[in-house]
Design a protein around this ligand. Structure first.
Ligand SMILES: [Zn+2]
Length: 354
């Protein structure tokens, strides 16, 4: 249960330290969108002559978030650097290294295999690369990765077919969920129903993006046509009280990414983010970073923002972290272990009472 503080909160700098050490799970974060300048520099080194600057200083500047158009430019230039299976392996493993530094212990990474297959990386080689990185990251960095394969909605049914086939026929061990990303405007959710049906029949979970840049009707579509078990963003759900009630009653969580929502102009600014209204309506929320380096943030930064918007103390932040663990697709033993780590971090913090 998340309880807002009654009169003001603790110093944010204290909470920042608490958050930095807090073991966390992240449920909504994209593969290519997690390529930090450090990782991009490594990729650029493998492919001299790309349009991404290779020297670290110029690269840091290139990465400084300016607006959404700039994000797309950076994103596409990183996509252009992922040309072979070794690039995929390097990217994936190095993302886990960045996660370990933030005490992220478990992540469901949204991967878009269609983009890589389309660029000529054979599907089997792609899957072997991410699986190799996954097992190495768990063994060497203590970060447990699982995959959500998402359909890039703008690429239509051809992309849906490739994604569903890779998810159900090639089915890598780390795959737990099936998603749908890309633009929402003009990309109706129900057209992807047959592909989600196949994925669900194969034992995968349904976690489409919905209601980020369109209204609550898209969230309803995701729930009814795609049988969504969690909603990516769902920002516009607050416009529909019946939808909020439905999400609260069914325990369907929203994967909230505050900075991303501002960057994509889904919400005007952080102060008008509907996170507090979601919580007030009894909807279970999780905090996520979406495309962190490209939006100039990381998961710790998003937790600090959530703490401010919800007026949380350390116990409230820990409750938020447990939310993500509870609604993750990690097995029961793994969830219990991670929640125990969160509780221990909180107890330790409270013993030293700052
Ligand atoms: Zn996303």
């Amino acid at each position: 249960m998340i309880r807002p503080l009654r009169d003001g909160g603790p110093l944010l700098s204290d909470l920042t330290a608490f958050i930095a050490g807090l073991p966390k799970a992240e449920l909504h974060v994209h593969h290519v969108g997690s390529a930090s300048p450090r990782i991009v520099a490594q990729l650029a080194e493998r492919h001299p002559g790309s349009r991404v600057p290779a020297d670290p200083e110029a690269l840091a500047e290139y990465f400084t978030f300016t607006d959404f158009a700039h994000f797309i430019e950076v994103y596409l230039s990183v996509v252009d650097l992922i040309r072979d299976a070794e690039d995929v392996r390097l990217l994936t493993y190095e993302i886990a290294r960045d996660m370990a530094r933030q005490q992220i212990r478990y992540a469901e990474l949204t991967v878009t295999p269609y983009s890589s297959v389309k660029r000529g990386i054979p599907d089997a080689a792609f899957l072997e690369a991410i699986e190799d990185a996954r097992t190495a990251a768990e063994r060497e960095l203590g970060v447990v990765l699982r995959w959500t394969f998402d359909i890039p909605g703008e690429a239509g049914l051809e992309a849906a077919e490739v994604t569903a086939r890779m998810a159900t026929e090639l089915a890598p061990e780390g795959l737990v969920a099936f998603g749908l990303g890309g633009p929402e405007v003009g990309v109706e959710r129900p057209q992807f129903k047959p592909y989600f049906d196949r994925a669900l029949a194969a034992g995968l979970h349904s976690v489409p993006h919905a209601g980020e840049t369109t209204g609550p009707g898209t969230v309803w579509d995701a729930l009814t046509a795609l049988r969504a078990e969690r909603i990516g963003h769902g920002t516009s759900a607050v416009q529909d009280p019946a939808l909020l009630r439905h999400l609260a009653e069914r325990g369907i969580p929203l994967e909230v990414c505050p900075t991303s929502n501002v960057a994509t102009r889904a919400v005007a600014d952080l102060e008008s983010h509907p996170l507090a209204d979601m919580v007030k309506a009894g909807v279970l929320v999780t905090i996520n970073s979406d495309d962190p380096p490209m939006f100039g943030t990381d998961l710790n930064g998003e937790y600090a923002i959530a703490a401010r918007l919800l007026g949380l103390d350390a116990a409230g932040v820990a409750a938020l972290a447990r939310n993500a663990v509870d609604v993750s697709f990690l097995d029961a033993a793994g969830r219990a272990r991670l929640n125990a780590e969160i509780d221990a971090h909180l107890a330790d913090w409270q013993r030293h009472e700052r």
